[in-house]
Write a protein that binds this ligand. Structure first.
Ligand code: NAD
Length: 477
């Protein structure tokens, strides 16, 4: 049975309690994880602090870099094993699970290379002074990770935090943590000192909350829902602990009449069905210029009807949703669409081999979704695309910006000047022109505005969030 990972050892929770792990492909339990408590978090934070004070803070940047690179190599060697763990835990089709393992390798490679390139500045000041800045680590960082991309999000926050000189206590989602426990073990094999990476499993309101409140945590990175993000920020505010929040999205794909539809259509479909739509940056709203609304919907209908949904191991276009409550959430949205007479244009198909006890949902394309309907405003977190038409550029921007979110936007047009106007006008952390997501982009700063969160992860930019700047002024005459 998977145990917590603290100070390079597997240890049971002091609670003596466990949580069943369910396979989303058939809805059956196949494993148990620790249902940890505040005492376990305390043990992990102490181990992390001891590691930071005793070993980690004394390593040079080059030594940290070598450790991160060695872990990248270990993960690559064990890529298939990790992908298989994550596949069963999250219900990911094989292609997706493998892609996530590769992304995890890339995070550690990228941040291994960044360790010794993070530096401060010298600042011109009055005569007789030399002023410079140091980028110092926070110390012990806390990381609350969701279930949709455990390996990728772990890589994104933990590799960056370690590269910047921090140690980590990680609280994965109760719905998906098996791959991360194995990665922590691989880190020990790669030579990470005891306490550099600690993992405590359990429920959010128990261990997640305890982590956010722990006085020994110097920085928290949270990826998850806006609702829990608020709770984390409130808990951290009690002791003025800095927080990075990566929350949800309702990201628009904006298609103009001059777009290359052969390029756009597969990207639009992929952006809403990847990981069964359970992606924070899913392109879940489709805004289409009026003159091509009907023909584009017709082509998309054909694409949606060709999509097949089934057990993760069948490696179809779409796997199951993570759990029964998530499936119910998607059904509630679709039932609201039905009550509001929002037309269904097309749906994919759940294959006959899919067990009835699994959490399957056919990808669904809806049209003429009113801008104020919850399908145009709230995150479904399922494979449901809400289409609506726009008149002109101004109207497109008005619709694009008409939600509480601002994570990602896609713009499809051949008009160069319009590409820039749209990129400027849309309120989001990332804008993709004639592509969507740039294939993941470990190197590209990522994060939101408005209710999508604040702070940036990925890319070099993340390292600024994982450090604090110290200004040193030397008066030498
Ligand atoms: P969630 O907010 O329910 O849970 C996220 C994590 O927070 C889990 O580990 C959970 O156990 C923990 N948690 C729950 N309650 C807590 C509490 N009271 N205190 C502390 N921790 C608590 O989100 P989820 O359902 O796991 O993931 C889906 C959400 O995450 C979606 O809204 C999605 O958009 C968002 N997400 C955002 C990004 C991004 O980078 N912006 C990436 C992936 C997912």
């Amino acid at each position: 049975m998977p145990l917590n990972y603290i100070a390079n050892a597997f240890v049971p929770s002091s609670s003596g309690r466990t949580i069943p792990v369910i396979d989303p492909s058939d809805g059956q339990p196949f494993e148990e994880i620790q249902r940890s408590n505040a005492q376990d978090i305390d043990a992990a934070v102490r181990a992390a602090r001891q590691c930071y004070d005793g070993v980690w803070s004394k390593l040079s940047a080059a030594e940290r870099s070598r450790l991160l690179m060695r872990l990248a190599e270990k993960i690559a060697e064990h890529g298939e094993e990790l992908a298989a763990l994550e596949q069963r835990d999250c219900g990911k089709p094989t292609k997706q699970a493998r892609a996530d393992a590769i992304a995890l390798v890339r995070y550690f490679e990228f941040y291994a290379g960044a360790c010794d390139k993070l530096h401060g500045e010298t600042i011109p000041y009055q005569n007789g002074y030399s002023v410079f800045t140091w980028r110092e680590p926070h110390g012990v960082t806390g990381h609350v990770v969701p279930w949709n991309y455990p390996m990728q999000i772990f890589g994104r926050c933990v590799a960056g935090a370690l590269a910047a000189g921090n140690v980590c206590v990680v609280k994965p989602s109760e719905d998906a943590c098996l791959s991360l426990l194995r990665v922590a073990e691989l880190a020990a094999e790669a030579g990470f000192p005891a306490g550099a990476i600690n993992i405590v499993t359990g429920y959010g309101h128990e261990v997640g909350d305890a982590l956010a409140r722990h006085p020994g945590i110097d920085h928290i990175s949270f990826t998850g829902s806006p609702k829990v993000g608020t709770l984390i920020q409130q808990a951290a505010a009690e002791r003025h602990c800095p927080v990075t929040l990566e929350l949800g999205g309702k990201s628009p794909q904006i298609v103009f009449a001059d777009a290359d539809l052969d390029q756009a259509i597969p990207a639009i479909v992929n952006a809403i069905v990847q990981n069964a739509g359970q992606t924070c940056s899913a392109g879940s709203r489709l805004l289409v210029e009026q003159s091509i609304y009907e023909p584009l919907l017709e082509r998309l209908a054909t694409a949606f009807e060709g999509l097949r949904v089934g057990p993760a191991a069948m490696d179809l276009d779409v796997g199951p949703l993570i759990r029964a409550t998530q499936q119910q959430r998607v059904w509630d949205f679709l039932s609201d669409a039905h009550s509001a007479d929002i037309p269904v244009v097309a749906q994919g198909r759940v294959v006959e081999e899919a067990p009835e006890t699994g959490y399957y949902q056919a990808p669904t394309l809806l049209r003429d979704v009113p801008v104020d309907h919850r399908l145009a405003q709230e995150e479904v977190f399922g494979p449901v695309l809400a289409a609506m038409a726009f008149r002109d550029e101004e109207h497109a921007l008005e619709l694009a910006n008409a939600t509480q979110f601002g994570l990602v936007a896609g713009v499809w047009t051949r008009d160069g000047a319009r590409q820039f106007r749209m990129a400027r006008g849309v309120r989001s952390g990332q804008v993709f022109i004639n592509n969507y997501g740039a294939g993941g982009g470990v190197e590209l700063p990522f994060g939101g505005v408005k209710s999508s969160g604040h702070g940036r992860e990925k890319g070099f930019e993340a390292l600024y969030g994982f450090t604090v700047l110290k200004t040193v002024a030397v008066r030498h005459g």
